[in-house]
Design a protein around this ligand. Structure first.
Ligand code: ASP
Length: 441
């Protein structure tokens, strides 16, 4: 069985087991002692430990991998002066796709009316958190202490420092060449660790999802079904439709291959709800399976995880319309424009961790003059939607990375076209792997 299949099975069985436990406990079908034992030792015990270890092991690799890949990328590019153009293309694409995503979300939500007929709950004691203002984000991009930046996982600061270091390395002759060789070797080693960790993904994914759904249950969705389904549909439309169109039209690449190879990355994004924690897997997939060279992917993937959150922006669009409708407030054109602008800019400075979209939503609502306590209305279903939108976010990172890589000539078509790229036994043919797009059946 392929690793991807095992991860997907783990995902489905984790959701099933968690939901079952939640259902049994909700209906009080389990004897009290059993229930207490299962939740204490299994859900909050074993599953919690395995899930957290899994996330920690991913997070452990993020800073070293981002740092080393960026140096490799910048040093590979430093000589041909393409850095500026790559950075410009990448940032423009990231911002444009986000602005498009939130605009589309607003338009569809206005047509569907997810908040119509929902009444304002009596008490909504919700304390909004502040998103960092854009000015602060810009100032904070340059670290005063790079070691501190790494220790704190400040991704934009790490990116700036590593880019500068990589660029300087290309200007240092022989010393630079020695360092480049060292960092290339280090990148290969860290990538190997990613691969090793991916072997444990089925366990981690299963544990995370079982625990989450055992606590959450899926019935919360019913209360907000219209909001949930509208948002889910737009996320899927963007994740499958818009990115496919972009990939085909801007890079002439097959969307089917991208979607096929992204499946394990989605499982990681879905179960961790963090595009930051998923960076190692996104990076490995873009480089080794999809053919983006480190010179581009080393820069675009970590940058994307940090500043590109289309799924999050879509949630903000739908949530804004939902909240406005529940509170009976008409959204003016200028309020809508504010939502687009704020949602796009807010995604730049916020960390790619679970639930961060709610923080930026507070900012968006505030700017658009809507009641911030409206956030409380959607918190119940947000975790599940967070998982889906994180999968959309990482798909956006991979798509833009491939478009830029292709257009900059930093792309390996043979790797992209090979459904088996970077797969070793037991994923090789003859071991029951599923058929891939383009593969001979
Ligand atoms: N969890 C999302 C991510 O890491 C951000 C969010 O929408 O909350 O990409």
């Amino acid at each position: 069985m392929t690793l991807t299949t095992r991860i997907l099975i783990a995902m489905v069985s984790g959701i099933a087991l968690g939901s079952l436990l939640n259902l049994l406990s909700g209906l009080a079908l389990l004897p009290e002692a059993w229930h207490a034992g299962i939740y204490a030792y299994l859900v909050d015990g074993l599953f919690d430990v395995l899930g957290r270890v899994f996330i920690a092991s991913l997070m452990m690799l993020v800073v070293p991998l981002v740092f080393v890949s960026l140096i490799c990328g910048a040093s590979a590019l430093g000589n041909n002066a393409r850095m500026g153009s790559i950075a410009l293309r990448t940032i423009t694409l990231y911002l444009l796709t986000t602005a498009f995503a939130v605009t589309m979300a607003l338009m569809i939500a206005l047509m569907v009316g997810p908040g119509e007929g929902v009444s304002v709950p009596g008490n909504t004691d919700f304390a909004p958190q502040q998103a960092p203002p854009l000015k602060e984000v810009l100032i904070n991009m340059v670290p005063t202490n790079p070691v501190q930046a790494m220790a704190d996982g400040e991704m934009l600061q790490v990116i700036v420092f590593a880019l500068l270091l990589g660029y300087a390395i290309t200007r240092c002759g022989k010393a630079g060449e020695r360092l480049t060789a060292f960092f290339r070797d280090l990148e290969a080693v860290i990538m190997k660790i990613v691969k090793i960790l991916m072997m444990f993904a089925p366990i981690g994914v299963f544990a995370l999802l079982s625990k989450l759904f055992a606590e959450l249950g899926v019935t919360v969705i019913l209360d907000l079904a219209r909001y949930f389904l509208t948002l889910l549909a737009i996320l899927l439309l963007h994740g499958f439709g818009v990115y496919s169109l972009l990939l085909k039209s801007l890079a002439g690449l097959s969307p089917a291959m991208l979607l096929y190879k992204m499946r394990p990355v989605w499982a990681f994004a879905f179960s961790t709800a963090s595009s930051g924690a998923t960076i190692p897997v996104t990076m490995r997939t873009v480089e080794k399976r999809l053919g983006g060279k480190v010179s581009v992917a080393g820069f675009t993937v970590p940058l994307g995880a940090t500043i590109n959150m289309d799924g999050t922006a879509i949630m903000q669009g739908v949530a804004t319309v939902f909240i406005a409708q529940v509170y009976g407030i008409d959204l003016t054109i200028s309020a809508l424009a504010t939502v687009v602008l704020t949602a796009t800019l807010a995604s730049i400075g916020t960390a790619a961790v679970p639930g961060v979209g709610l923080i930026t939503l507070s900012l968006v609502l505030q700017q658009a003059g809507l009641p911030v306590e409206g956030v409380a209305l959607i918190i119940g279903v947000d975790r599940i939607l967070d998982m889906v939108r994180t999968a959309v976010n990482v798909t956006g990172d991979a798509t833009v990375s491939l478009i830029v890589a292709k257009r900059e000539g930093q792309f390996d078509q043979a790797v992209f076209d090979d459904p088996m790229a970077d797969l070793e036994a037991p994923e090789n043919p003859g071991n029951g792997r599923v058929s891939a797009p383009g593969a001979a059946s």
